[in-house]
Ligand binder design. Structure first.
Ligand SMILES: *Cc1c(COP(=O)(O)O)cnc(C)c1O
Length: 228
């Protein structure tokens, strides 16, 4: 068994245990393989081991890897997306997890409609208060959702967050609780279902799952440390 397959097995076991702690089954958590900086042969190895969704952070990098790997897997955009790259992004990604402005949602809507398709989106929320992060402030998420709810061509599927960047997963827990709380407020306000809560990375996915995550984005624990 190759290293990536071993890593995947161990991640799946940890997902199952964390899901069990909140009383759900492992299939309630989708796994996105965060593949920035990972070469296509390693991505293929992950796909052979059972990975079905690839996450990328840059349109340019995703573009040549998509050419090599193809669309037998799902492709998600995880990184900050510039409006001038939206057209290209829509050729690759079926979901953009990092929508954090009206302008970006509007451009996605315009371009997707022109291509005669719909694109799934998540609203990226800054739950850590760290100023350098992308993502909209939690207080601004509801007004943004109201503003974009009528746009054609985009399907709002849920929320995404990165959480505090720290080795101590317990310090990240409040960020995940915040995102879940926001999801509940949005749904209680009758603003539509926020089906997906995309939270949890290599260092903190178990805590994220305990707090309600149903989509984890994992890079390092699957592929090993990257050089950038
Ligand atoms: C890189 C990245 C991940 C995965 O991070 P790891 O710590 O390598 O698991 C998840 N989400 C986003 C947005 C990322 O950029």
């Amino acid at each position: 068994m190759g290293q990536i397959e071993k890593n995947l097995q161990s991640i799946q076991e940890r997902i199952a245990l964390a899901a069990d702690r909140r009383g759900s089954t492992p299939d309630s958590v989708q796994l996105v393989a965060a593949a920035k900086g990972v070469p296509p042969d390693q991505i293929r190895e992950a796909i052979a081991a059972g990975i079905e969704t690839i996450g990328e952070n840059r349109v340019q990098e995703a573009s040549w890897k998509y050419e090599e790997i193809g669309d037998a897997v799902h492709w998600h955009m995880l990184g900050h997306l510039q409006t001038n790259k939206v057209g290209k992004a829509l050729d690759i990604f079926e979901m953009v997890q990092s929508v954090d402005s009206y302008r970006l949602a509007e451009e996605l809507s315009k371009r997707a409609t022109k291509k005669g398709r719909e694109v799934d989106i998540l609203i990226e929320v800054n739950t850590s208060g760290e100023p350098s992060k992308f993502g909209i402030d939690a207080d601004d998420a509801i007004p943004l959702l109201k503003g974009i709810s009528d746009l054609r061509g985009i399907r709002i599927r849920g929320l995404m967050t990165l959480g505090l960047f720290t080795e101590d997963a317990e310090l990240v827990r409040p960020c995940f609780v915040r995102l879940r709380g926001l999801r509940d407020r949005i749904e209680e306000a009758g603003m539509g279902r926020m089906e997906l809560l995309s939270m949890g990375m290599s260092m903190d996915f178990e805590v994220a799952i305990e707090e309600g995550s149903n989509m984890v984005r994992i890079g390092t624990a699957l592929f090993g440390s990257r050089t950038r």
